[in-house]
Design a protein around this ligand. Structure first.
Ligand SMILES: [Zn+2]
Length: 416
């Protein structure tokens, strides 16, 4: 079906330009189910020398194939002999040149890669791999390439308030990644393996590589892990550390769960299936749930009820009007909890007391990494949809795609 009109039309549609031209098109819907487009150049065609940009001619060629975007339901391929060129005086030696429709060493055209990149932001890489019959190893290589490239162009010189947190990379493995966010622009700026203080060191180095300055970081919202505190103090010496409301609340809820669980073993008839009642606030319970909570109270489940009271009182501190009021309420709370007969409550009380400065900083900085938890759960659900990632690097890469607000548009601009 090779006609000049079709070739010309395709050259325009596919942006094939001099010295390249389409020399043959084979469409075989009944046999191979493929569209094959052959691209070539005339004898004596002039290319740009990749070294000096001077005019160069083909020295020898190597036949290559690229997968392009499907033509309706048919797979489409480009074929071309790619030359090594020699410029006129031969000064630059024999050099391999790139083709305008694909990046070197990729078996996909740029337009196909652009499509793949938009798909992997919406669905798991292994799903895209299945739909297009492209190996996921090849897709992952491409996803890493573009993500790294897009990240390399990011400017972090304005970053001053950050939050970081760890999230699990694999279920059932002690395998974590740490994610660092710009709290003013709500974007992921760095991800790395592990959850120790070295992760903060790696973040500081990466920040510098993107024009940022660890000394300019004024605030850091983190959880109460010793490793993160150590890392933040060492690497971000001018940052006020805020222990987020979210993490304090979570610590309290974990304490609640443990106390209720222990007491439920003593009073199974009163406390069976009450776990979520104790984690919720009274105003969020319906009549039936409220009645069951009341029954637990009347059943003399003292420990659960006492812990529940501490939980509500702690939450109320966060409704305070300013730091002063919060400090007053907090000192009452600390007194009550430190004198509690319940070991778990005393333990958590000590944790809060040990981190009091950072916890109270919340009332000045208002810094919250709540949105980080939101993003982490989106990243976790992407992981679940993908049925896990083979390695943490892939998970970090997907986290950048989901939460990095990276600009991919420039990367796919075809050369003019
Ligand atoms: Zn040259």
């Amino acid at each position: 079906m090779s006609t000049t009109v079709t070739d010309k039309l395709l050259e325009i549609a596919l942006q094939i330009r001099e010295p390249w031209k389409i020399t043959d098109v084979q469409f075989s819907p009944d046999t191979t189910g493929r569209l094959d487009i052959y691209i070539d150049f005339d004898k004596g065609a002039i290319f740009d020398c990749p070294v000096c940009s001077g005019p160069a001619t083909a020295y020898d060629t190597n036949m290559m194939t690229w997968r392009h975007r499907d033509f309706f339901e048919y797979e489409a391929y480009f074929h071309a002999r790619v030359p090594r060129v020699k410029c006129r005086d031969g000064a630059c030696g024999v050099k391999k040149i790139g083709v305008p429709w694909a990046r070197s060493s990729s078996g996909l055209t740029l337009k196909m890669e652009k499509l793949m990149m938009s798909l992997v932001r919406e669905m798991p890489v292994n799903a895209v791999s299945r739909i297009y019959s492209i190996t996921d190893t090849r897709l992952w290589r491409m996803v890493h390439f573009y993500t790294d490239k897009a990240r390399s162009m990011e400017d972090y010189s304005e970053v001053v308030r950050i939050g970081f947190d760890e999230t699990s990379a694999k279920k059932g493995h002690n395998d974590y990644i740490s994610l660092f966010y710009d709290l003013d622009k709500f974007r992921l700026i760095f991800g790395t393996k592990g959850k120790d203080n070295k992760t903060v060191e790696a973040f500081a180095a990466d920040l510098k590589a993107h024009g940022g300055d660890p000394l300019k970081i004024t605030d850091a919202a983190i959880d109460m892990s010793k490793a993160f505190i150590k890392g933040a103090k060492e690497q971000l010496p001018n940052a006020n550390i805020t222990f987020d409301k979210f993490h304090v609340t979570k610590g309290m809820n974990d304490t609640m769960k443990k106390v209720r669980h222990q007491e439920a073993m003593e009073y199974p008839e009163k406390l069976a299936k009450t776990k979520f009642l104790f984690l919720k606030n009274p105003e969020d319970l319906n009549d039936d749930q409220m009645a069951r909570l009341d029954a637990a109270v009347k059943g003399h489940c003292h420990k659960s009820i006492e812990t529940y009271t501490h939980k509500l009182n702690l939450q109320n501190i966060y409704l305070s009007d300013g730091r002063e009021m919060a400090e007053g309420l907090m000192s009452h709370w600390l007194k009550a909890t430190s004198e509690s007969a319940i070991l778990q409550v005393r333990k958590f009380s000590k944790t809060v007391n040990d981190h009091l400065d950072g916890i109270m900083n919340y009332f000045d900085s208002g810094l919250t990494s709540g949105f980080i938890e939101g993003l982490n759960s989106i990243i976790q659900s992407a992981k679940a949809k993908a049925r896990g990632y083979r390695n943490p690097d892939n998970m970090i890469c997907i986290a950048y795609l989901i939460a990095g607000k990276l600009d991919f548009t420039k990367l796919f601009a075809l050369p003019t």
